[in-house]
Design a protein around this ligand. Sequence first.
Ligand code: GLP
Length: 240
Amino acid sequence: MKIIITEDYDELSIKGAEIIAEVIKNNPRAVLGLATGSTPIGAYKNLVKTYGLGNITFKEIETVNLDEYAGLGEESEHSYVSFMRENLFDKVDIDLKNTHLPNGKAENLNEECERYSRLVFSHTQDIQLLGLGSNGHIGFNEPFTPFNSLTHVVNLTENTIKDNSRLFEKEEDVPRQAITMGIREIMQAKKILVLASGKNKAKAVYSMVKGEVSEECPASVLQRHSDVMLVIDREAASLL
Ligand code: GLP
């Protein structure tokens, strides 16, 4: 793993966007694996800025997102599809037909997982962006998810429901299930970029980088990938 430690969140966001922009410059038809959560918001802002300066175009870019809440779709401001439109897709020249997320509103979630898994396998990510759950989850692959898992429906842990409740009005409003890309589909990416910021990520960062590779900490699997770039701020790096 290559590790870049930044002074703060702003610097992390600039660096993260630079790395993604570089992939787009090298291959204007790249497949970007994208993530949600509060951490990548700053990187998306900087990417939109770079686009505004005319340095990159998303015209032929394809995207595959990590996850979506079960039961939520475009009508909900809390869905990840809405998040992506608000933070990136509606602000650049991407063709929405080339953007892919699991459909949280599918009638049969298991069939939707199979469809999405096939789609991701046919769209190898040139870069996969990841945030990090405070319990070491990636996407919504919670602790003890098998490393060979494919896209699946997950029951969110209490820890994750609590963490994510800050974005909802009440904790009860957080969906209890989600569809997430599996660890195998994440690991197929040619390059992986992990962003982590703040003290509450320091333990997970430590386990990911220095802990034993174990399903107890899903992010530790990244030690087995040959091209991982970790961009973290001082606070997230404080236990390393
Ligand atoms: C959610 C997402 C993850 C994300 C995590 C961390 O659980 N499914 O992909 O990495 O939140 O979120 P945040 O960046 O807001 O701390």
